[in-house]
Write a protein that binds this ligand. Structure first.
Ligand SMILES: Nc1ncnc2c1ncn2[C@@H]1O[C@H](COP(=O)(O)OP(=O)(O)OP(=O)(O)O)[C@@H](O)[C@H]1O
Length: 989
C-alpha cells in the first residue's frame, strides 16, 4: 500500500514510490526535514503568527493569513474536521470514479462520526481563494481512499485545481480539501500539538515519525506505538537510565511505565497499563518492554529476573504462528507486579484468559500449533526423546495438518533450551519438567491414535498401535482403559448405566477433547506454578502495576466462537477506555458545573448490551441453547435472529451466520461449532481415565475438573447423557472479564494503542488505509480532540491549596481552600481561559499545571537548599559547641590525671628519700664502725706502748672509757668526740 514518502532516510525509497504510481506518489510531501527537537518544545497553544519560525522566507502576509486560518480552525475545533465526509466524498466520487463510490457506501464510512459540512465549508472555502493565490498546500483524498498533499493552483466556484510533486494536476471540490499543517509541525511528538487535527495530518505525522524509527507518538493521554517489524535502537540500559533520570522525554513505553511507577508511589493508587491493538500490532512486545523498565527500576531482589523469565514459558505454551503474526498470543494475560513501599518489586501474579484450545487439534494451513510442540520435537535431548518416544514434528497428525513446521529466523531447538532454562529460574523442578514434557508428548501421540470400524452401525474401536501404547505409557494408564474411554460412553438411564459405542466422528471428538483438555489443564497448571514461584506472600503491600496484554479485535473471512469471545473482550476494554477518556471525563465536567462543549464519541454500550443483556442477550441465548439437548448451531442462529433482529448492532445473515456491528467494524460470525465450544464438555469417562492414571499431572487435572463440576462425583451422569455440568465457556469468560474490569477500575489506567503498519510484517512499509482503520477503531483522534478541547488536568480545591498554597506571598492560611486556590491562580497569572473552577475541583488545560508544578519544584528545591544551608549552619554551631565542651572536658580530665600522677610521683619521691636516708645512714654507720674499729686497733696498739707508763695514773679512767666506747652503747655516740679529745689529751701526755 501507499506510503507518504518523505524522501528522507528511512522513508520508502524513490524507486518504491515510483512503482506505487501517482496515487501513492501524490502523498509525497517534499519538505525540508526539521529537527524534532525544535518542535517538541512548542507550547500547546502555539499559533502561527507573523515572525514565527514558520514564516516561510519571511513572507509576513502569508503567515498572517495562515494565523487567521488557524485561529478560525481553532474556534471550531470542537468538531472533528475529518468527521465530515459527505461533502468531500461526493466530490471524490466524481474525481475518483466507481472505486470511491463503493467506499462511500461502505459501512466503515457510514460509521464515521457525523459532523455538519458547513463547518468545513466555512473554514476552508473562505480561505480557498487565498490558498489558490498563494499556492498553499492542502490534503485531498484520492479515489483509493489515500490522502495526498497538493498545491492549490486555482480555485473557481466550488472547484479547486491541485498540482502534485510528480507533475500531475487534478480537480477537487474545494469543500473536500483539508488544510495542511505548517512544516514546523512535521513529526510533533504529541498529536495534540497539530494545528489542524484531521485524519491526513495525523496519518502524515505518524508516518513521518515511523520513517525515522520514532515509533512512539503521544495522542494526548494515550501512547500510540507503531510496530517497526525490525530492531530499533530505542531500548536498553542507556534509555532506561535516560527515562529514569528524566533526561529523555520523547514518547516511549518507558515513559509510560515511569509515570505509572511514580504515580503509584505518589498517589498510593494501583496503576494499570492497558495495551491493545490488532493481532500482530506489537502488544506482547510492548508489554515486555514495560516489564523490562519496571524490573530495572524496581529490581534488586532477583525476583524481577524471575518475572521476566515467565515470558519465554508463557510464549512457548500460549503463542503460535498465525497468518497475521508469527508469535501470536492465543490467550489474554494480566500480569500484576507488586511493589514494596520503597518502590521495589516484591512479587507478581499472572492471570490468563481463554486459551485457544482448539489450536491444539486443529489449525489452518500455514499456521502452527503452540510453539512448545515444535520446540520439544526439535530440541529435546536424546534421553528425553527416548523416554517420550518422541518423533519429528512432521510425524504427528496434529502438527502435520497445517503443513507448517518452522518460522523464518526462529530456531526451535534453541528456544527449547531457553524454555528449560526459564523453567529452572521459576523453580519448576526437573521431575515436574519431565512430567510436563510427558503430557505434551501424550497430546501429540493422542492425535496419532486411529480407530477402526467394528460393526455395520459404524461404531469404532481405538487401534492399539504405537500411538495408543505411547499415550497409555505417558499418562500412566492401562491401554484397555484408554481404548474404552475413547470409543465408548457410559450413560445413566434411570437407575441403570448403559455403555454406548461411539461412531468414528464421536470417537475423534472424544479423543480431541481429551487432548485439548490435557493441554489446557497443563497450561493452567504451569501458570499456577509460576504464580507460586512469584508469590508475593507476606511481602504484599497492596501497591501494584498491572500490565494487560489481551488479544486484539479480530475479523477474518470466517469468524468462529473464538473471535466472538475475543471481540466481546475487546468491546469491554473499549468501554473501559471510553469510560476513562470520554465518559468519566465529560461526566466530571457536568458534575462540577464546568462550562464545556461536549465532544461526541462512539459509545459501544449498545453493543455490550447486545452481548450481556438478560435474558435476551447473545451470551444468555447461547447458554440457553447450549443446555438444550437438541440445540444445534442452526437452532441457535435462528433463535438469535428471532430475538435480536430489532437490535441495531445485530444483523441476521443467511444460514447459520449473523453479524455484529462492533466498535471496530462489522464482523460476520459463523455459528458452526458455537454450541460445542461453549459447552466444552469432556466426557466423564475421559475425566475418570485421567483420575485413574498413575502419573501425578493427569490425576491433578482430573481433580480440578471434578471440582469445577457442579454435580458430585457420585452423581456424575445427567439424564441427558451429557457429562459434567460445569459453567459454559462464555459464562466463565464473562465472569473473568467482569473481574478484570473490577480490578482495572480500581487502578489509574495508562493506555497504549499498538498499530500494525502493514499486514505483511514488513519493516518501513506504512499502509495508510490500514493505519487509519486502526486509529478510527481505537478512537485515537477523539481522544486527542477531547484532550485538546477539554481540561485534562484536575485537582480538588483542597489538594490544590495544600499543594501550591505555600507558594503564596501573603499568608492566607486561615482562608478556605477555594480562596487559597483562586489566590494562587491570580498570583501566577494563569489566564482565565486556561482553567475553570468547578464546584469541587479546578480544571486545567493541558500543560498549565506543568508550569505551576515547575514553580513548586523550583521553590521546593530552593527551600530545601535554604533548609540544608540552615541545617548545615546549625549543625556546625552545635559541633563547635560540642567540640569546645569536649576540649574543656578533655583538659580537665588530662589535668586531673596529671595531678594524680604527680602526687603519686611525689609520694614515691618521698619514700625514695626516706629509703635513701636510711641506706645512707646505714652506710655511714658501717663506715664509722670500721673507722672506730680501726681506731680502736690503733689506739690499743699505742696504748699498749704507753700503758706501762700511764698504767697507774689512768688505769681507772681507761677502764671507764672502754666501757663507754663500746659501739653498741648509746653513750658511745655522746662521748665519742669527748673520747677523741681525751685520747688526744692522753697522747699529749
Ligand atoms: N517494539 C518492537 N520492536 C521490534 N519488533 C517488534 C516490536 N513490537 C513488535 N515487533 C514485532 O512484531 C511481532 C508481533 O508483535 P507481538 O507479538 O507483540 O504482537 P501482538 O499484538 O501481541 O499480537 P497478538 O495479538 O497476535 O499476540 C513481534 O514478533 C516482533 O517481531
Amino acid at each position: 500500500m501507499s506510503s507518504l514518502g518523505m524522501g528522507t532516510p528511512g522513508s520508502p525509497s524513490t524507486r518504491e514510490k515510483a512503482k506505487l504510481g501517482l496515487k501513492k506518489k501524490s502523498g509525497v510531501k517534499t519538505r525540508k526535514p526539521v529537527t524534532i527537537q525544535s518542535v517538541k518544545s512548542l507550547p500547546l497553544d502555539f499559533r502561527f503568527t507573523s515572525g514565527s519560525p514558520a514564516g516561510k522566507g519571511g513572507d509576513r502576509s502569508e503567515s498572517d493569513h495562515l494565523a487567521a486560518v488557524v485561529e478560525e480552525e481553532d474556534a471550531g475545533n470542537m468538531d472533528s474536521p475529518y468527521s465530515s465526509n459527505s461533502g468531500s466524498l461526493e466530490v471524490e466520487a466524481k474525481v475518483g470514479g466507481p472505486e470511491l463510490e463503493e467506499l462511500v457506501d461502505s459501512p466503515a464510512r457510514s460509521r464515521l462520526p457525523a459532523i455538519s459540512s458547513s463547518r468545513i465549508e466555512s473554514r476552508w472555502s473562505d480561505t480557498s481563494s487565498y490558498g489558490a493565490k498563494k499556492k498553499v498546500q492542502a490534503w485531498c483524498q484520492l479515489s483509493n481512499g489515500d490522502w495526498a498533499l497538493g498545491k492549490v493552483e486555482s480555485t473557481k466556484g466550488t472547484e479547486s485545481v491541485l498540482s502534485f510533486p510528480e507533475g500531475k494536476v487534478l480537480k477537487f471540490n474545494t469543500e473536500s480539501l483539508l488544510p495542511a499543517n505548517p512544516d514546523i509541525l512535521d513529526g510533533v511528538d504529541d498529536l495534540m500539538q497539530l494545528s489542524y487535527l484531521h485524519e491526513p495530518s495525523v496519518l502524515y505525522n505518524l508516518e513521518y515519525r515511523y520513517a525515522r524509527d520514532m515509533i512512539y507518538t503521544k495522542a494526548g493521554p494515550v501512547l500510540v506505538a507503531i510496530n517497526p517489524f525490525k530492531e530499533v535502537l530505542l531500548y536498553g540500559k542507556n534509555y532506561i537510565e535516560g527515562y529514569k533520570r528524566k533526561s529523555m522525554d520523547s514518547p516511549h513505553v518507558y515513559a509510560i511505565a515511569d509515570t505509572a511507577i511514580r504515580e503509584m508511589i505518589r498517589d498510593e493508587v494501583n496503576q494499570s497499563i492497558i495495551i491493545s491493538g490488532e493481532s500482530g500490532a506489537g502488544k506482547t512486545e510492548t508489554a515486555k518492554i514495560a516489564m523490562q523498565y519496571l524490573a530495572a527500576l524496581g529490581g534488586g531482589s532477583g525476583i524481577e529476573y524471575e518475572i521476566l523469565e515467565t515470558n519465554p514459558i508463557l510464549e512457548a505454551f500460549g503463542n503460535a504462528k498465525t497468518s497475521r503474526n508469527d508469535n501470536s498470543s492465543r490467550f489474554g494475560k494480566l500480569i500484576e507486579i507488586h511493589f514494596s513501599s520503597t518502590g521495589k518489586i516484591s512479587g507478581a501474579s499472572i492471570q490468563t484468559f481463554l486459551l485457544e484450545k482448539s489450536r491444539v487439534v486443529q489449525c489452518a494451513v500455514g499456521e502452527r500449533s503452540y510453539h512448545i510442540f515444535y520446540q520439544l520435537c526439535a530440541g529435546a535431548p536424546s534421553s528425553l526423546r527416548e523416554k517420550l518416544n518422541l518423533k519429528k514434528a512432521v510425524e504427528y497428525k496434529y502438527l502435520k495438518q497445517s503443513n507448517c513446521f518452522s518460522i523464518a529466523g526462529v530456531d526451535d531447538a534453541e528456544r527449547f533450551r531457553a524454555v528449560m532454562e526459564a523453567m529452572n529460574v521459576v523453580h519448576i523442578s526437573h521431575e515436574d519438567q519431565d512430567n510436563v514434557f510427558a503430557m505434551l508428548a501424550a497430546v501429540l501421540w493422542l492425535g496419532n491414535i486411529s480407530f477402526t470400524v467394528i460393526d455395520n452401525e459404524n461404531h469404532v474401536e481405538a487401534v492399539a498401535d504405537e500411538g495408543a501404547h505411547t499415550v497409555a505409557k505417558l499418562i500412566g494408564c492401562d491401554i484397555s482403559d484408554l481404548k474404552v474411554a475413547l470409543a465408548t460412553r457410559k450413560m445413566k438411564v434411570g437407575k441403570d448405566i448403559i455403555v454406548q459405542k461411539l461412531t468414528l466422528s464421536q470417537a475423534i471428538d472424544t479423543r480431541d477433547a481429551l487432548a485439548k483438555s490435557i493441554y489446557a489443564s497443563l497450561f493452567e497448571w504451569l501458570v499456577d506454578q509460576i504464580n507460586k514461584s512469584l508469590e508475593v506472600g507476606k511481602r504484599r503491600t497492596g501497591r501494584s502495576i498491572s500490565i494487560l496484554d489481551i488479544y486484539g479485535f479480530e475479523s477474518f473471512n470466517k469468524n468462529s466462537f473464538e473471535q466472538f469471545c475475543i471481540n466481546y473482550a475487546n468491546e469491554r476494554l473499549q468501554q473501559h477506555f471510553n469510560r476513562h477518556l470520554f465518559k468519566l471525563e465529560q461526566e466530571e465536567y457536568i458534575q462540577d458545573g464546568i462550562d464545556w462543549a461536549k465532544v461526541e464519541f462512539e459509545d459501544n454500550q449498545d453493543c455490550l448490551n447486545l452481548f450481556e443483556k438478560k435474558p435476551l442477550g447473545l451470551l444468555s441465548l447461547l447458554d440457553e441453547e447450549s443446555t438444550f439437548p437438541n440445540g444445534t448451531d442452526l437452532t441457535f442462529a435462528n433463535k438469535l435472529k428471532q430475538h435480536l433482529n430489532a437490535n441495531t448492532c445485530f444483523r441476521g445473515e443467511r444460514g447459520k451466520a449473523f453479524s455484529i456491528s462492533h466498535y471496530a467494524g462489522e464482523v460476520v460470525y459463523d455459528t458452526s461449532g458455537f454450541l460445542e465450544k461453549n459447552r466444552d464438555l469432556l466426557h466423564m469417562d475421559s475425566i475418570q481415565l485421567l483420575a485413574s492414571c498413575k502419573c501425578p499431572l493427569p490425576q491433578m487435572f482430573a481433580c480440578k475438573m471434578l471440582v469445577h463440576t457442579e454435580n458430585p462425583v457420585g452423581n456424575q451422569y445427567r439424564s441427558s447423557g451429557a457429562d459434567s455440568q460445569k459453567l459454559s465457556v462464555a459464562t466463565k469468560f464473562k465472569g473473568q472479564l467482569f473481574q478484570l474490569m473490577q480490578r482495572l477500575e480500581s487502578t489509574t489506567p495508562h493506555f497504549i494503542r499498538c498499530i500494525k503498519p502493514n499486514n505483511s510484517q514488513l519493516p518501513t512499509t506504512y499502509e495508510q488505509a490500514l493505519v487509519l482503520q486502526q486509529l478510527r477503531c481505537c478512537g485515537v483522534l477523539e481522544v486527542v480532540r477531547i484532550s485538546r478541547s477539554g481540561f485534562p488536568t484536575r485537582m480538588s480545591h483542597q489538594k490544590f491549596a495544600k499543594r501550591y498554597g505555600f507558594l503564596l506571598l501573603e499568608n492566607v492560611a486561615s482562608q478556605d481552600p477555594l480562596s487559597v486556590s483562586v489566590a494562587i491562580l491570580h498570583q501566577f497569572n494563569i489566564l482565565p481561559e486556561m482553567y475553570q473552577v468547578g464546584y469541587t475541583k479546578l480544571f486545567f488545560r493541558t500543560g498549565q499545571i506543568g508550569s505551576l508544578e515547575d514553580t513548586r519544584n523550583r521553590t521546593l528545591h530552593g527551600i530545601l537548599r535554604v533548609q540544608s544551608c540552615f541545617r548545615g549552619h546549625k549543625s556546625r554551631c552545635y559541633a563547635k559547641e560540642r567540640r569546645k565542651a569536649i576540649v574543656t572536658l578533655q583538659a580537665f580530665i588530662r589535668g586531673e590525671k596529671t595531678r594524680r600522677l604527680y602526687s603519686a610521683m611525689v609520694e614515691k619521691h618521698r619514700a625514695a628519700a626516706v629509703l635513701q636516708r636510711h641506706i645512707k645512714c646505714r652506710i655511714a654507720r658501717r663506715k664509722f664502725v670500721d673507722v672506730r674499729n680501726a681506731s680502736v686497733v690503733i689506739q690499743s696498739g699505742k696504748q699498749s706502748t704507753n700503758l706501762v707508763s700511764h698504767h697507774k695514773i689512768f688505769g681507772l679512767v681507761n677502764q671507764n672509757v672502754s666501757f663507754l666506747c663500746h659501739r653498741d652503747e648509746p653513750f658511745f655516740y655522746l662521748f665519742w668526740p669527748l673520747l677523741n679529745h681525751f685520747s688526744f689529751f692522753i697522747d699529749l701526755i
